[in-house]
Design a protein around this ligand. Structure first.
Ligand code: SAH
Length: 342
């Protein structure tokens, strides 16, 4: 049995052809799943009984159970969901003047081991399937009664360490027969798996890419991101250049501001030098302190000075406005607190 949300439109079409059905049935089924949002095959009234029975034999509808919901004063809502195998994941909904965005989880746990991050403490148990990623969007829309217009794959997990499922998810999220969320309204964030950045470039998608750089040199990056030993900054820069030639699209560079580690003017200058001439935009993020890590957030003065230095050196950048600070909204915090029995 397969979760029906794991199948892309193309996979479903191939399946239907293989059982002697017509291609257009895939459109009908997708319409029921993603537009009318039915939760069982019996309700798909324009299909034959035969086909409904066959679908019931081969597929099921996966469910996410809402365990806990936390709302912050700025209307950021964090949802803790239970998967069918009992594993817990998080999704965060943020309210903006342009609509609602959701930050979704891509893996149960994470193996990247970034020292500042609460998610990495719990090693990867498994990848999420495409359907489990889609269900976070669908179930959350249904729980809230609101349409979500933007998706960021920035929750727990390293999306490029779950590449194939991620691609299926993106396909259904973006497909006009699926969730129909515009490619430019979707962002995938990676810790910098350079080989996968190149593979992703070859897909030539219009979906946004963000890279968690967080350091201006290998010495600092090695200290906070073990993955840097495998893919050092030079490998990431090379992958960025490759991405540019393939897609002509701008990349977002994420840079968390950690006190006394990476937040000095010399780091800003070093970063500007590194990124000079690349079509990138730097998003400075105030570090969200977590109990498990020794790092502290940079001061407001240091963050502003860093931003100013980048701009003076010709780098497009902004300082991210914070949301959900009062509700453990940093990656993986709700889940890790819950698992510790808080
Ligand atoms: N694995 C992917 C996506 C998940 S993390 C990645 O590394 O990009 C999403 C973003 O949150 C990353 O930039 C990550 O470095 C950052 N992050 C993790 N913990 C954080 C914290 N405590 N405060 C601020 N940002 C954090």
């Amino acid at each position: 049995m397969t979760n029906i949300y794991d199948y892309t439109h193309k996979m479903l079409t191939e399946y239907l052809l293989s059982i002697g059905e017509k291609k257009y049935r895939a459109n009908q089924i997708f319409e029921w799943l993603y537009k009318k949002r039915v939760k069982n095959f019996e309700e798909m009234t324009n299909l034959s009984d035969n086909l409904i029975n066959k679908l019931k034999e081969d597929f099921y509808f996966s469910k996410l159970e809402l365990i806990l919901k936390q709302e912050s004063i700025d209307k950021t809502v964090k949802c803790l969901y239970k998967l069918e195998d009992g594993n817990l994941i998080e999704a965060v909904v943020m309210s903006h003047n342009y609509g609602y965005s959701i930050c979704i989880t891509s893996q149960v746990g994470c193996n990247m081991g970034c020292r500042f991050c609460a998610s990495g403490l719990l090693k990867k148990q498994r990848n999420l399937t495409a359907g489990e990623m889609l269900s976070q969007v669908i179930t959350t829309e249904e729980n809230f009664g609101k349409r979500i217009s933007h998706i960021v794959v920035m929750g727990i997990g390293e999306p490029f360490d779950n590449y194939e499922n991620l691609m299926r998810f993106l396909d259904n999220a973006n497909n006009h027969k699926g969730l129909e969320i515009g490619a430019r309204h979707i962002t995938v964030s990676t810790c910098g798996l350079a080989n996968k950045i190149k593979e992703y470039a070859d897909e030539k998608l219009q979906i946004n890419l963000a890279i968690s750089l967080h350091a201006s040199n290998n010495e600092i990056r090695n200290e906070i991101m073990p993955i840097n030993k495998k893919y050092p900054i030079e490998a990431i820069i090379e992958a960025i250049k490759y991405y540019m030639t393939k897609t002509n699209r701008r990349i977002t560079i994420e840079y968390i501001m950690i006190k006394d580690l990476n937040d000095k003017v010399i780091h800003a200058k070093e970063l500007a030098e590194l990124l000079k001439g690349l079509n990138v935009y730097v998003n400075l993020i105030p570090y969200n302190e977590v109990l498990e890590a020794p790092y502290k957030r940079s001061s407001k003065e240091n963050m502003s000075l860093f931003l100013k230095t980048l701009k003076e050196n010709g780098i497009n950048s902004t300082l991210r406005k914070e949301q959900g600070h009062d509700i453990d909204a940093a990656c993986g915090q709700l889940r890790s607190q819950k698992m510790k029995g808080k």
